[in-house]
Design a protein around this ligand. Structure first.
Ligand code: NAD
Length: 276
């Protein structure tokens, strides 16, 4: 087994710091990609109701033979389900074929609809019943987290946000740290669009015998982020996991951080009203 770092969440549950994401991967292809990822040593899988591949993920998990307690499965509550959390959760669990989920996230706060506090309370109940090992959020801005602090009982274990060298999120990461919330990075490779072609990443990689993608994943790990790169290409799935045998120097970390331009690839959480 490849050595892998873990993060201890604020409720004592540990999760792999490096996982595997399956957004935009159709069900059958997700089954194949997750099977390959598990063979290479990944144990954390990030899916969502919206990805329409929970069934494929579930098939791959069952076929892998990896003991359930070694796996860490995340899925997410979709925006149209804020008023029907229990039903949506049961549906996701039936598709995944799981009894207990490791991590359930509110996918987006959708502030214009203003239902996320109620959704969080329903997730707190499922957590209290032992059906979920940890509950968290995604795409929450500071103001949305503050409302949860004021109006609910449980502090989210993590916030999964857009985070890559060109959108380094220093302020929100610091706020998370202040409140014991882990930071999970989505689109950690900037969706492969442009970021990985920047010469500085190749230059740093060359010094370590690593690719630009490996440099970026290493940057996330050393910042303390949980990171869930996606690929359906077997060689890249393997490559993205070979990041535990080198370390970036402080000057190299700074050079990657200096790429930050606040460039978002996805929607602004405050403005997102898409109901999907
Ligand atoms: P990513 O940043 O992981 O980039 C993936 C793309 O980068 C691939 O499609 C490929 O084109 C390229 N790539 C991957 N490995 C490479 C390598 N070794 N060398 C060169 N190119 C490589 O993008 P993502 O899929 O958007 O994000 C990762 C995961 O984050 C998703 O699959 C999903 O699980 C999660 N996510 C969550 C949200 C949310 O709203 N919570 C939004 C987007 C993504």
């Amino acid at each position: 087994m490849v050595p892998m770092d873990t993060i201890t969440l604020n409720n004592g549950v540990t999760m792999p710091q490096l996982g595997f994401g399956v957004w935009q991967v159709p069900d059958d292809e997700a089954e194949k990609a997750v099977a390959i990822a598990l063979e290479h040593g990944y144990r954390g899988i990030d899916t969502a109701r919206l990805y329409y591949n929970e069934e494929g993920v579930g098939r791959a998990l069952r076929a892998s033979g990896v003991p359930r307690d070694e796996l860490f499965v995340t899925t997410k509550l979709w925006n149209t389900d804020h008023d029907r959390v229990r039903a949506a959760f049961d549906e996701s669990m039936a598709r995944l074929g799981l009894d207990v989920l490791d991590l359930y996230l509110i996918h987006w706060p959708v502030p214009s609809r203003d239902r996320y506090v109620g959704a969080w309370k329903a997730m707190e109940e499922l957590y209290a019943e032992g059906r979920i090992r940890a509950i968290g959020v995604s795409n929450f801005a500071k103001a949305h987290l503050e409302r949860l602090f004021q109006e609910t009982d449980i502090v989210p274990v993590l916030n999964q946000i857009e985070l890559h060298p060109q959108m380094a999120q220093a302020e929100l990461r610091a706020f998370h740290a202040e409140h014991g919330i882990a930071t999970e990075a989505w689109s950690p490779l900037g969706q492969g669009r442009g970021l990985l072609d920047l010469p500085i990443l190749a230059e740093i990689g060359k010094r370590h015998g690593k690719s630009p993608a490996q440099v970026v994943i290493r940057w996330h790990l050393q910042l303390g982020n949980i990171v869930i790169p996606k690929s359906v290409t077997p060689a890249r799935i393997a490559e993205n996991f070979e990041v535990f045998d080198f370390e970036l120097e402080p000057t190299e970390m700074d050079a990657v951080t200096a790429l930050d331009s606040g460039r978002r690839l996805g929607p602004d959480p405050d403005k997102m009203s898409w109901m999907g």
